[in-house]
Design a binder for this molecule. Sequence first.
Ligand code: ZN
Length: 345
Amino acid sequence: MLQLTAFDAGNGDALLVEVPESGGSWLALIDGGVGRTFQDRVAPYLESRDKGHSPNNPTGLDLVVCTHIDSDHITGLLALVETAQPTGTEAAWWPSTVWHNSFEDIVSHQSTHASRAQSLAAIASVPQGERLRRRLREKGIPLNAPDGQFIRAPRVYRSGSVHIDVLAPDDAAIEKLRSYWRKKGSKVRPLVQEVKPDDSQTNLASVVLHVSQGGHKLLLTGDQVASSIIEGLDAGGFGHLARPHHVDVMQIPHHGSRRNSSLALYKRVTARHYLVSASGKQEKPHPDVADQIAEARRGHSFDVWLTNEAPAFTEALIDRAAAHGSRVTIHHREPSQSTLTIAPG
Ligand SMILES: [Zn+2]
């Protein structure tokens, strides 16, 4: 059965999707978290698994996705790519492909060296994205397989029994990111991850994935905004206003920031389980988001899973669920564990 494991990734994300298949498991890593998330949490977990887990790529990962280049998502992926070795050697996380919408590919062929250098200097996480792209090329890891094109909606990807729909970013979001990187250059203030505005162009270009297999569904939202997630659901034919789409597990976007959630989002897509990958600090997750979910799930039971304690959020969840007539069960990562696993159904 499909399962989602969230690593303790500090204020970032590192998520592993596992699907049992004949002869092993299909594995996808979505983002790599901050700092040493990969070395200290993800790699030991992958090492602890039996070898031969992936039918297509016996010592590796079937898919690695960088939703966007902010450091709380990309840093751990750089560590993965630095240490990954091809089949037959010790490291066990060679990616069959990495999905990454790189600055170089989006911008470079249409801009001058000067504007490229300005943008590189101005936008804090662009160099990390470029390093990822360069290392993939040097190591011969396919970028954006199977077709090498940007990861954008609508796009459907099948691997074994797994079906992935890309719901965001759409062409307009890629175009906005392109013009942001090209035109503003050094005028753009560096993106400081603690104070990201809700109009952060990197967040707005964040990849959103709908993963389905064997009747189970996951919605992985990165740091996208509610309106773009709703647009992606609409464009992909996933339910509509009068009949919300239902998934087993939904990731709360942008670590539970209230700038990225809305009541409309939680009414448009409902879930049995909600995952919050967040540090629990700086109002991520925010109590207003708890209220939105509790209201949208009026009359229903739902579970909320947190990678880190967030007392203001969980108190609000309990209070607002009682007020709205919904029933919530809250789960936390065990402090002694580095992972939190949700196996729906
Ligand atoms: Zn983030």
